[in-house]
Design a protein around this ligand. Sequence first.
Ligand SMILES: [Zn+2]
Length: 312
Amino acid sequence: MANIFALGPALFLGMVAAGVAADPVPLMPKLPPGKVVLVLQPHHDDHTTDYGMGGLIARFVDEGYDVYYVRASNDEKDGSALPAENDNINHREAVAAAKVLGMKEVISLNWRNDYTASIPLNELRAQLIFLIRKYKPEIVLGHNPWEHYQKNPDHRNVGRAMAEAYWMAGLANVHPEHRKLGLEPHEASYLFGKARLDWGLGHTPNVAVELNEEQVRRKQTAYETHRNVYAKPATARAVKAELARQGLYIPEWAGLDDQEAAVRMEEWHMNWISRKRGAEAGVRYAEDYYFLDEFDALPGLKAYLRDNVVKP
Ligand SMILES: [Zn+2]
């Protein structure tokens, strides 16, 4: 019998992630109320990767919200070109992917990719506070800063600045100079945090968001739009070689070159993760999140309101 667990390390890691038992995640009955969503992420592709939030963004757009994407890094390390060229290509592809999802704008802060640890936290936070006050989102999306063992420095640092800005943008005495520009304090009411479960612990999704098939497809198309980093042929080549050593092959890959096979694998994975999260929540497709709302800072208040509120 073929030993599929002897497959290459990349595939094996995927199997480990797939095998993590998940408690049922409650389905969010409807999206939070609002008009504007601000996505605060480090990288060009953080809204579309397999663990990402492209489906939720598509759903917000479909339901009439204006969604803006902030890309804090210049993404110079992502891709096979030299840094300056990667920055250009990745920015172009980020704008195209944002259009696929229906977002209004990509705002690039251009910090050096993978060197965000050297940015003073307060400086990055001040930029995000400024943007929150300008765009006035009710809803903020970003990387869950409470995820442990996140090995990507940009995910850690931008996630932390995002969480602080989400709260502090509402405080009038934080950056009072913004008022001279006509920007008033603004506190968003809802935060969706995302993380990669295959890299670490500490991220505990508490809500699932249902997606329809078209939203999953748009998320996938947006992901594919990042051609500079998408579907590396070496991945398919390694899988093919390992399967061949075991006398196995994938019929669907017959006649495909390594690049085409890598694309097929990515398409399968994107659809699989949406189906898997959906199955965990009892629907066809979903994404899951760590969700905070305006009452989470006040333990017991939701229960008090539920028990005491009446109609006049
Ligand atoms: Zn990223």
